[in-house]
Design a binder for this molecule. Structure first.
Ligand code: DP6
Length: 319
């Protein structure tokens, strides 16, 4: 039995669009911050007599769709490990329901580590990141502690690695909206196929990722923040330019972006970003996080997070 834990991450430079859907290769590099909240803990146990893998998610038998996604990753790991036994996978996510924090990144990062360990593989971080990528692109970054750069390129080249960065805080603002969600996976395909801006997005993301790495190295908070907000705005502009158009941000989301601008107007380093949904996350300095959270409280449910650890093995309690 092997147990691993991983946390969600928020992209500073967004990943939107694949160069290869099967290998899950991104069209451009991206940069993210792994958080210290809402971990997923996953246990993998060999089930030598089972015909199929089995997945228990938050105490319940998972849907066929969720199981198939997990099986795809497990098949890659089995092939590399030269093993054929199936697994029982038990995964628990600590994000409160409706917290708006996607669990697929933490989930696949924890799964890759638990399963590779259970099959006796000795994987380094880059290898683990490549395996997690096969489940969900952004999971490649949850393997890494703190700020991660996920490289585009070939199967071998496309993994995430830690880059030096100053201390950062994220204030997530979860909005109270009933939202029919188009998954990022589907929406990425529509965008690539229909938006005339897609090529421009890919090129500009390459540039922004390179600039972000330099800004992080230099500890330039203003540059990190401005690039973060610009990447989010460009991604949403791209998504809205799909045919049919896809809208993730609501009028309240835009008010959170406006709050960031207002706070910058009084000299605070606060920058907004948002993923494939209405919730907005405010990037700031750790010492400003509590004040930013107080300002955002009127717009949604706030939680504060800082840089968290990458995927790690959890010791079994001694029996
Ligand atoms: C908007 O990693 O969830 O959060 O690779 O298809 O599983 P798949 O997509 P996923 O997409 C994340 C998109 C995003 C931006 C980001 O995290 O970089």
């Amino acid at each position: 039995m092997s147990t691993a834990r991983a946390h969600p991450n928020i992209a500073l430079i967004k990943y939107w669009g694949k160069a290869d859907d099967e290998l899950m290769l991104p069209a451009a590099p991206s940069v993210s911050l792994t958080l210290d909240i809402f971990p997923t803990t996953t246990t993998a146990r060999l089930a030598p007599t089972a015909q199929r893998d089995r997945l228990i998610l938050n105490g319940r038998e998972a849907s066929d769709k969720a199981l198939s996604r997990v099986e795809r990753v497990l098949n890659v790991i089995r092939e590399q490990a030269g093993r054929s036994e199936k697994l029982l996978v038990i995964s628990d996510n600590e994000a409160p329901t409706g917290a708006g924090m996607a669990s697929s990144a933490s989930g696949f990062a924890a799964l890759a580590l638990a399963a590779a360990t259970e099959y006796g593989m000795d994987v380094n971080t880059a290898h683990l990141s490549r395996l997690a990528r096969r489940g969900s692109g952004s999971a490649s970054r949850s393997v890494i502690s703190g700020v991660a750069l996920w490289h585009a390129g070939t199967d071998e080249e496309s993994f995430a690695e830690e880059i030096p960065a100053p201390p950062l805080a994220m204030v997530s603002v979860v909005l109270n909206t009933a939202h029919k969600k188009i998954t990022s996976r589907e929406a990425m395909v529509t965008t690539r196929a229909t938006s005339p801006y897609y090529r421009g997005w890919v090129e500009s993301t390459r540039d922004m990722a390179a600039q972000m790495v330099e800004a992080c190295k230099a500890g330039d908070m203003r540059c990190i923040g401005e690039l973060t907000e610009l990447s989010a705005l460009r991604m949403h502009a791209l998504i809205m330019s799909s045919e049919p158009p896809i809208h993730y941000l609501t009028s309240v989301s835009w008010r959170v972006f406006e709050l960031a601008r207002t706070l910058r107007g009084v000299g605070m380093d606060v920058y907004a970003t948002a993923d494939a949904g209405p919730n907005v996350v405010l990037l700031t300095r750790p010492e400003l996080a509590a004040e930013v959270a107080r300002h955002a409280e009127a717009l949604g449910k706030v939680s504060i997070a800082h840089a968290g650890n990458g995927a790690y093995l959890v010791a079994e309690p001694e029996s």
